[in-house]
Design a protein around this ligand. Structure first.
Ligand SMILES: NC(=O)c1ccc[n+]([C@@H]2O[C@H](COP(=O)([O-])OP(=O)(O)OC[C@H]3O[C@@H](n4cnc5c(N)ncnc54)[C@H](O)[C@@H]3O)[C@@H](O)[C@H]2O)c1
Length: 380
C-alpha cells in the first residue's frame, strides 16, 4: 500500500492533538487508510513535530506513531514527507508555511491562515507560484447539521431563502471565580498572540456564508471586549486586548441577509453552541452542529400578539428533526481524506489557501467596520 509522509506541526496543541491527530490521522490509520477512486488505498505515515521532545514522545506513544522530532528542518528535508500540516498558534503560521513551501511540500493548515489579510493572500500566492497543492481547514462544512441543511436546500425545501440568524458562543470562564477554571487557551483573548473573536470566527462565517447562502458582498460589525481581565494558565491575571464578542450583519450577492452574533460571554439557552436559523418563503430550519430541525410553510403556526396571556402556542412544536440518513464521520477527518486524495490522485480540493485568505479578509474588514462605525464592501 502506498504510504504518504505527513508532517504534523503544532500537534501538541488542543486542535492538533484532538481533531487532527486523534480523530483524523490516527482514525484514518485505524480504518486502514484512505480509499482512492480506483479502489487502491493510501496510508498516512505521520511525523509529529514541535518544540517539546517529551510531549511529542508521549503523544507518539499514545497513538502508536513511530516518527517524532523537534528538528523540523530535518523532517522537511526528508523526501518521504510530502505534506506539511500546521496547527500551531496563529502568529507562527506564516513562518511555518513559508518553510514548508520552500521545502516543496504540499501545504495544509488550520485557520486563520494569518492574522492580517496581506499575509494570508501573500502566502497563498507563494504556494501557487511554487506549484504546491494547498488547503485550509474549513471543517464546519462537513458537520452533520450543516450537511442536513444542504440536503433540505438542494431539495428546494426553503423556497427562496430570505435571511440567516447565527448565534455562536458560550460562557468561557474568566478564571476569576474560585472553583471555575478557564476552559479555553488564554492567547485567544490577547491580540498580540493572534487572539480575538473576529479573527477566529469570521473566517468560519466567510466560508459558511459563501458556500451555503451567497458570496459575502458587505459587512457591518460591532466588536466588543466585554470582559477586561481574565486569568491565564499559570493563574495570573492578564489584560484582555482582543475582542471577545462580535455583532455582525453580512450582505450577499443572493440578497440573503446573514446576521451572526459571536460571543464568549453568553450563557446558552438554545439548541446548540452554534445555531443558524434559516428562514425561507416555503420553510425554515434551525441548523445546529449535529442536528437540524425544519418547519414547513404548511405547518407554520399562526401567532397573534397578546402579551396579556401565556402563549397558547409552544413555539418548539411543529419542528421536525431531519434524521441521520448516512453515517457522518468527523468533519476534520472528512476534509483530511479529501485533501489526501487531492495530493495523491489529483481529486479536486477547492478549499485552498486563497479561499482561506478570504476568511482573514472578512475578519479584517469586520474590525475596520467596527473601528469606523460603517459598512465595508467586500471586494469580489
Ligand atoms: N478549525 C477550528 O474550528 C479551530 C478551532 C480552534 C482553534 N483553531 C486554530 O488552531 C490553531 C491552534 O489553536 P489551539 O486552540 O489548538 O491552540 P493551542 O494553544 O492549544 O495550541 C497551539 C500549539 O502551537 C504550539 N506552538 C506555539 N508556538 C509554537 C512555535 N513557535 N513552534 C512550534 N509550535 C508552537 C503550541 O505548543 C501548541 O502545541 C489556531 O490557529 C486556532 O485559530 C481552529
Amino acid at each position: 500500500m502506498k504510504k504518504i509522509g505527513i508532517i504534523l506541526n503544532g500537534v501538541t496543541g488542543r486542535m492538533g492533538t484532538n481533531q487532527h491527530l486523534e480523530r483524523s490521522i490516527h482514525a484514518i490509520i485505524q480504518q486502514g487508510g484512505v480509499t482512492l477512486a480506483d479502489g487502491s488505498r493510501v496510508m498516512p505515515d505521520p511525523i509529529l513535530t514541535g518544540r517539546n521532545q517529551d510531549k511529542l514522545a508521549r503523544l507518539a506513544a499514545k497513538y502508536g506513531i513511530e516518527r517524532f522530532t523537534t528538528d523540523l528542518d530535518a523532517a522537511l528535508a526528508d523526501a518521504r514527507n510530502e505534506i506539511f500540516f500546521d496547527a500551531s498558534g496563529t502568529p507562527h503560521r506564516i513562518g511555518f508555511l513559508e518553510r514548508g513551501i520552500a521545502a516543496g511540500k504540499h501545504i495544509y493548515c488550520e485557520k486563520p491562515t494569518a492574522t492580517v489579510y496581506k499575509d494570508a493572500l501573500s502566502i497563498a500566492e507563494v504556494a501557487e507560484k511554487a506549484g504546491v497543492k494547498n488547503g485550509t481547514v474549513q471543517d464546519k462544512l462537513w458537520l452533520p447539521g450543516i450537511r442536513k441543511f444542504q440536503l433540505l436546500k438542494e431539495q428546494g425545501f426553503f423556497g427562496e431563502i430570505l435571511s440567516v440568524r447565527g448565534e455562536f458562543g458560550y460562557w468561557v470562564f474568566t478564571g476569576l471565580h474560585e472553583g471555575q477554571p478557564i476552559q479555553r487557551p488564554s492567547w485567544n483573548y490577547r491580540t498580540e498572540d493572534g487572539g480575538g473573536m473576529i479573527v477566529d470566527m469570521h473566517c468560519h462565517w466567510r466560508y459558511l456564508i459563501d458556500n451555503l447562502f451567497g458570496k459575502v458582498t458587505r459587512v457591518f460589525c460591532k466588536a466588543a471586549t466585554h470582559i477586561a481581565q481574565r486569568v491565564d494558565e499559570a493563574g495570573k491575571r492578564y489584560k484582555c486586548t482582543a475582542d471577545d464578542s462580535a455583532y455582525a450583519i453580512f450582505e450577499t450577492d443572493t440578497n440573503v441577509i446573514c446576521q451572526f452574533n459571536s460571543s464568549w460571554n453568553v450563557r446558552v439557552r438554545r439548541d446548540d453552541l452554534l445555531t443558524m436559523q434559516v428562514d425561507g418563503t416555503e420553510g425554515s430550519a434551525i441548523v445546529g452542529l449535529r442536528k437540524c430541525w425544519a418547519q414547513h410553510q404548511s405547518v407554520t403556526p399562526r401567532p397573534v400578539w397578546n402579551p396579556d396571556i401565556d402563549s397558547p402556542i409552544d413555539y418548539y412544536d411543529n419542528w421536525t428533526e431531519v434524521p441521520d440518513q448516512v453515517d457522518f464521520d468527523n468533519a476534520f477527518k472528512t476534509q483530511w481524506e479529501i485533501f489526501i486524495r487531492h495530493v495523491v490522485a489529483d481529486d479536486p480540493f477547492p478549499w485552498t489557501l486563497r479561499e482561506g485568505a478570504k476568511g482573514v479578509e472578512l475578519a479584517e474588514l469586520s474590525l475596520r467596520s467596527s473601528d469606523h462605525g460603517r459598512w465595508m464592501d467586500v471586494p469580489q
